[in-house]
Design a protein around this ligand. Structure first.
Ligand SMILES: [Mn+2]
Length: 282
């Protein structure tokens, strides 16, 4: 079993790197893409299954699923350890099956796992919790699996660019330390140091509560109109911030996805009308 998981993680990392729409740290979706964007999943298997059933990738070659923040949350083992690595492995299997239609985004929980730094969720240090569960589950193979999992997470792109000027990422740099952010990180390969505070991939995945001025500035820098992000918790499923930013969450019973087509332009209100509550999907 552990050997199979190791192979899945290796194949998944290769699939991230060889995604045919990817250039350096960015995935550029094609003009006719039907895009389903998920917010943070944090171990929510039911919502992951709903996204898969909505997409019907076996019948829809133009449909693309964007997934982010799969780990840290959801079911626990008997000792209270976080079992979300199981959802990550299943999502990686989907990436391997549909390598050019499933795209992951690097999130801050991923960077924390890779750099072995602390990340709290509901008062619990999630890396410790998940690593303890992985040790109990994979036993002597857990160290190897840990290493391959970190490689897989590191292989994820940072952003998805759509031809209709929508950019999708886990988060965006915040006002604080903004001057340290190097936008060129999207156009080059990631280095291990990039994910450490206050380097650019760290700022890009951890930023919160950006000012409207910074959002406007980023829209100019990346030459886009609208951002769709996760990362900031949304009890009702989503929030609109200025005319440029839609924040979505997919990790609870009010979770949502956004589904839009790259061939059409959307105002923020039109994009909001493309929101689908996950609870409405069988
Ligand atoms: Mn996050």
């Amino acid at each position: 079993m552990a050997q199979q998981v190791l192979q899945i993680l290796k194949d998944g990392a290769s699939a991230h790197q060889s995604d045919k729409f990817r250039k350096a740290n960015t995935v550029f979706l094609p003009a006719d893409a039907d895009v389903i964007v998920s917010g943070d999943l944090h171990g929510n298997r039911r919502n992951f299954e709903r996204i898969v059933s909505l997409a019907k990738l076996d019948k829809n070659p133009n449909t693309h699923i964007i997934l982010q923040e799969l780990i840290h949350g959801g079911p626990e083992d008997d000792s209270g350890g976080c079992l979300s690595f199981q959802l990550l492995i299943d999502a990686v299997k989907l990436k391997i099956e549909y390598p050019d239609n499933v795209h992951f985004l690097l999130g801050n929980h991923d960077t924390a796992f890779i750099s072995r730094s602390e990340v709290m969720k509901n008062g619990k240090e999630m890396n410790q919790s998940m690593r303890d569960a992985m040790r109990r589950y994979f036993k002597k193979e857990s160290e190897n699996i840990d290493l391959e999992m970190a490689r897989l997470l590191f292989a994820q792109p940072l952003a998805i660019m759509c031809p209709n000027r929508i950019m999708i990422s886990h988060s965006l740099p915040a006002d604080r330390l903004f001057e340290k952010f190097e936008p060129g990180i999207l156009n080059r390969h990631l280095k291990v140091n990039d994910i450490v505070r206050p380097q650019s991939a760290y700022l890009f995945t951890w930023g919160r509560r950006q000012s409207p001025e910074i959002i406007n500035k980023l829209a100019g820098i990346f030459d886009v109109d609208t951002f769709i992000v996760g990362h900031q918790s949304q009890p009702t499923g989503f929030d609109r911030y200025t005319d440029r930013m839609l924040i979505i969450a997919s990790d609870h019973s009010h979770g949502v996805v956004v589904r839009f087509n790259c061939s059409k332009k959307y105002s923020i209100d039109e994009l909001i009308s493309c929101i689908l509550p996950l609870a409405s999907i069988a």
